[in-house]
Design a protein around this ligand. Structure first.
Ligand SMILES: [Zn+2]
Length: 111
């Protein structure tokens, strides 16, 4: 999905109050450890100028199931409940560890 696609999707969701600008969406997408760029797409704007836009996807090597999203959230976006059970991994990341494990999902998938 390109950032325009994300913006469109967000504006179609009723519970989203304000859709971020394309510029802040780019920043958000590139900062998010759960999302990776997977390619690019030529997009033509209203005046006919073509520009290359990155296509983003969920990091599917890391997140293989919906339930795993919670283990990849960074401290800043955790709920208070998640924050209470989060631990620091050997890699330095603070994450909620999957059950019965002593490391974050990133390290599990890398190993
Ligand atoms: Zn780790």
């Amino acid at each position: 999905m390109t950032k325009e696609g994300v913006a469109e999707k967000l504006s179609s969701e009723k519970n989203v109050r304000a859709v971020p600008s394309p510029h802040s969406l780019s920043a958000l997408l590139s900062k998010n450890p759960q999302i990776i760029p997977v390619g690019s797409e030529m997009v033509e704007n209203a005046v006919g100028t073509k520009a290359k836009h990155l296509v983003y996807d969920i990091d599917r090597t890391l997140i293989q199931h919906r339930d795993e999203i919670v283990y990849t959230r960074s401290l800043t976006v955790m709920t208070p409940k998640q924050r209470a059970v989060a631990e620091q991994c050997v890699c330095g990341k603070i994450r909620v560890f999957p059950p019965e494990t002593k490391m974050c999902l990133h390290c599990i998938r890398k190993g």
